[in-house]
Ligand binder design. Structure first.
Ligand code: SF4
Ligand code: FES
Length: 247
């Protein structure tokens, strides 16, 4: 296939962004989307031009590093990570537009690479959990109801990619924050700091400049890990609980 790429290029954090067109011939359906970009970058490097900067690490959908708005949709046309998207989702002659995640809390570093350290600071604000050390506890000494274990596991699947922010018209990171709050708030180990965790993580979310949630649901629609929208209800319930406790 021959693919036409229109990519938003930005030389640095304060440079003017501009859309640049490239042709990428010799693309096979079996290539991953990032392999197609590797082919483009090899061609640019061979011509002495600056390759297109983009993030990736595991390339198997688990690390959360990759993320590109592809034809206006965070992670593109399939419900998956950018690295797990394949060129069989496109056809010969297609023009594909690539943009970085857009949010003031995710400033552009270069081209398609954004700074997502705001997510790290939200997690930092959640703090540690109190766990008694000592001899290994007996198996099943701390029973967790199956529905709670399942929901905590579902929330723990969040890989911190930031697609939820990129898709949200409010640039809210509430799905991400709620996934973290839900994950620990349902487990016995998460109880001692449960109130402080939700209050502090939400305060950091707002301080980073993410917008508020107005229940639009675009976040859950693009989330590659299918984090459900109702984790935000769990977060709100935890926040009310913390307020009742005087936090
Ligand atoms: S909630 Fe989904 S879209 Fe948002 S950071 Fe986590 S995995 Fe990515
Ligand atoms: S590169 Fe790790 S999730 Fe895409």
């Amino acid at each position: 296939m021959k693919i036409n790429i229109r990519v938003m290029r930005q030389a640095g954090p304060h440079a003017e962004p501009r859309l640049v067109n490239y042709e990428v011939p010799g693309v096979s359906e079996e290539m991953s989307f990032l392999e197609m970009l590797d082919v483009l970058n090899e061609r640019l490097t061979a011509r002495g031009e600056d390759p297109v900067a983009f993030d990736s690490d595991c390339r198997e959908g688990i690390c959360g590093m990759c993320g590109i708005v592809i034809n206006g949709v965070a992670h593109g046309p399939e419900r998956t990570t950018t690295c797990q998207l394949h060129m069989r989702s496109f056809k010969d002659g297609d023009t594909i537009t690539l943009e970085p995640w857009r949010s003031s809390a995710f400033p552009v570093i270069k081209d398609l690479v954004v700074d997502r350290s705001s997510f790290d600071r939200i997690i930092d604000a959640g703090g540690y959990i109190s766990v008694n050390t000592g001899a290994a506890p007996d198996a099943h000494a701390m029973p967790v109801p199956k529905p709670d274990a399942d929901r905590a596991f579902e929330a723990a699947a969040c890989i911190g990619c930031g697609a939820c922010v990129a898709a949200c018209p409010n640039a809210s990171a509430m799905l991400f924050t709620a996934a973290k709050v839900t994950h620990l708030g349902l487990l016995p180990q998460g109880q001692p700091e449960r109130d402080a965790r939700v209050v502090n993580m939400l305060a950091q979310h707002d301080a980073e400049g993410f917008g508020g949630c107005t229940n639009i649901g675009e976040c859950a629609a693009v989330c590659p890990k299918e984090i459900p929208l109702d984790v935000i209800s769990t977060l709100n319930a935890d926040l009310e609980r913390a307020m009742v406790h005087g936090r």
